[in-house]
Ligand binder design. Structure first.
Ligand SMILES: [Zn+2]
Length: 294
């Protein structure tokens, strides 16, 4: 396969995957269980979810390591298995990707506030992110994919930690815009771009988000702020509704495909889905903008 960074720069657009949690629950992950701990004993369902996305047309799949930092693994009693969890998740993703897809080493927020709101010092956060990223790099991921950030300081720490161990692998980052066009820590899309692009990330964008409109607006404002920036759009499948105790997202595969075209027009070079997106949504996106026609 072509090197990830040159594909990102030269195109064509890369279709990413959809939700992991949503699909894993359908594959048997018990509610309230940490997916990162579960995959150590249950690799096959995780391979199955990755495969479903590759078959739907994803050319970038993310490792099941959103909660793969020491701070999050601590809650699952796995704080001393950071390297093992991340390595195994990367190997599972690689196995599913074969020569058909890139593997993004997924890095989510710490789940705790940095100082002064919380107890974690900035330098400590950098170390924690570097520990996870290092394990992902050793396992051979194609890109370090930081996502769902809200706090700009934490986002910076994640980028710094990832870059410390990246060893030439690109680092990308997306934030979640959840509240009146800002992240729930008050960060505007313009601020995110102005702070994080100069650090040398290869792409920046928005994922998750309160609504499709809010993610769309964030991408538009990022594009306006930095027209040359390579952008990432990985929104939720619309808004969640509770139907018979099940969370259902309201955007159809066709809705997501239409949004995907708009994101590409705004400079997005990686497009996928977040919460509520299934392989059907991804297939519709791939048919609208992808290379691999399924
Ligand atoms: Zn999400």
């Amino acid at each position: 396969m072509e090197d990830f960074l040159s594909r990102l720069k030269n195109g064509p657009v890369i279709v990413a995957d959809g939700a992991m949690g949503t699909m894993l629950q359908a594959a048997g992950l018990p509610l309230g269980t940490s997916p990162e701990g579960w995959l150590l004993e249950n690799p096959d369902p995780v391979v199955g979810v990755h495969r479903a996305y590759v078959e739907a047309g994803s050319e970038l799949i993310l490792t099941c390591t959103f909660g793969g930092t020491r701070t999050r693994l601590e809650r699952a009693g796995l704080h001393d298995r950071v390297a093992e969890v991340n390595r195994q998740a990367a190997e599972i993703a690689r196995q599913a990707a074969g020569e058909q897809a890139y593997v993004g080493g997924d890095i989510g927020p710490l789940g705790e506030f940095l100082k002064p709101l919380g107890k974690i010092a900035y330098e400590e956060a950098v170390d924690i992110f570097a520990e996870q990223a290092g394990a992902l790099v050793q396992a051979g991921v194609d890109v370090l994919y930081i996502e769902t950030m809200s706090d700009l300081n934490e986002a910076r720490a994640a980028v710094e930690g990832a870059q410390r161990v990246a060893n030439g692998i690109p680092v990308t980052i997306t934030l979640s815009f959840d509240s009146h066009g800002r992240t729930n820590m008050g960060v505007k899309p313009e601020q995110a771009v102005e702070t994080l692009l100069p650090l040398g990330v290869s792409a920046i964008g928005a994922n998750c988000g309160a609504t499709l409109e809010m993610t769309h607006d964030a991408i538009a404002r990022m594009h306006e702020t930095a027209p040359e920036a390579i952008l990432i759009a990985k929104p939720n499948a619309g808004k969640p509704h509770l139907v018979e105790r099940q969370v259902i997202y309201d955007a159809t595969p066709a809705d997501m495909a239409e949004r995907a075209r708009e994101f590409v027009a705004l400079g997005a070079r990686i497009v996928g889905g977040c919460c509520g997106s299934t392989s059907e949504h991804i297939q519709a996106i791939a048919q609208a903008i992808g290379v691999k026609q399924t």
